[in-house]
Design a protein around this ligand. Structure first.
Ligand SMILES: NC(=O)c1ccc[n+]([C@@H]2O[C@H](COP(=O)([O-])OP(=O)(O)OC[C@H]3O[C@@H](n4cnc5c(N)ncnc54)[C@H](O)[C@@H]3O)[C@@H](O)[C@H]2O)c1
Length: 319
């Protein structure tokens, strides 16, 4: 399958490196920054397209790795060209954008898949399976935490563009919770901002704590931060009537390299990003159903929008 990657920034690089391990995939890439695309393609021996329409002519499936505000416009062009399309998370900047993309997917008949990679992380998959199989009894509370330093690209720190921590970061948790617990019912969020690094008039986007009640009675707490100087850390703590399950990435047996860099201990084909992209290629070639539906991508963005409204107004938001 010929896959066209749109955007050769951080995630474009991750995706390109994982597709490179698949013997049945050929890549081409388009980025508005031609110089960046040239060196990206030269380093990986990948074909560079001169425009989005050139890329779409050349590929059979599209993979959108662009800043969140342009997901809608570019994904709609990919879908309209008849290409099954994977879109990095969050699926789009707003619910309205997600709905427009879903409408295009339906009218063009092209598959739209949001890239919720957390579902492919083994610890999140295992926690989901343990809870779904009833091994902790009736789930009562789930606490999730994700955070570290702020991302480097400028656009992330402009909340108008990225949606800030409640959309850009917490959407990982919101999707996993919806997948694991079902329908979210009520969303309450509080947030703080310590400096002026995150550009945001009133939303205080350095740290947020969001509480979500689910139809099944479970209460979830999601902590999200871009101001943890200790580095990136993810935790899961789920308690139910019959047991509990816990995970802390800082206690994972990863390889720590002097100077602070870390390596994961996955086999190349066990890597969550590899698995996500493999699942997309298999779905795009009709071998399997997509791992995540566009409606699930929309629901995660809906929870994020409710959390932002709650953080702004101080009120709980019913979905
Ligand atoms: N799944 C994850 O773990 C994860 C991690 C980081 C970011 N993301 C998401 O991935 C997406 C991309 O993030 P990133 O870190 O790669 O961003 P980035 O800023 O590193 O890269 C974006 C690239 O898109 C290019 N670009 C911008 N507008 C374009 C357009 N209209 N057409 C073609 N190229 C264009 C830029 O030149 C840049 O090279 C975002 O939605 C982000 O939230 C996901």
């Amino acid at each position: 399958m010929r896959v066209g990657i749109v955007g050769c920034g951080g995630m474009g690089g991750v995706h390109a490196n994982k597709y490179a391990l698949m013997p049945d995939v050929e890549l081409s890439v388009f980025d508005v920054d031609t110089a960046k695309a040239e060196s990206f393609c030269a380093a990986r021996n990948i074909k560079r397209a001169d425009s989005l329409s050139d890329l779409l002519r050349d590929c059979e499936a599209a993979d959108v790795c662009l800043p969140t505000p342009v997901h809608r416009e570019v994904a709609i062009k990919c879908l309209r060209a008849g290409r099954p399309t994977l879109v990095e998370k969050p699926m789009a900047r707003s619910m309205a954008d997600c709905q427009a993309m879903i409408a295009e997917s339906k009218s063009s008949g092209s598959m739209l898949v949001p890239a919720h990679v957390v579902r492919f992380f083994p610890e999140f998959r295992a926690a989901h399976d343990v809870i779904a199989a009833g091994k902790i009894g009736v789930p009562a509370s789930i606490r999730l935490r994700r955070g570290g330093g702020a991302p480097k690209a400028e656009w992330f720190l402009d909340v108008d563009q990225s949606g800030g921590i409640l959309l850009d970061l917490a959407v990982h948790e919101f999707d996993w919770l919806n997948w694991t617990l079902g329908r979210p019912k009520l969303v309450t969020s509080r947030s703080v901002r310590l400096g002026d690094r995150v550009k945001d008039a009133d939303f205080r986007g350095d740290y947020a704590l969001t509480t979500i009640s689910y139809d099944n009675g479970c209460v979830a707490h999601v902590e999200s931060t871009w101001m943890d100087p200790a580095g990136f850390k993810v935790t899961i703590e789920a308690c139910g009537s019959g047991g509990a399950v816990e995970y802390d990435s800082s206690r994972n047996p990863t390889l720590r390299v002097a100077g602070g860099a870390t390596e994961n201990n996955y086999l190349p084909t066990d890597d969550p990003y590899y698995k996500q992209l493999r699942a997309f290629v298999d779905a795009a070639t009709g071998k399997t159903a997509p791992a995540v539906t566009a409606e699930e991508g929309l629901l995660a963005v809906q929870v994020a929008e409710a959390a932002v409204t709650s953080a702004r107004t101080g009120k709980p938001i019913a979905l």
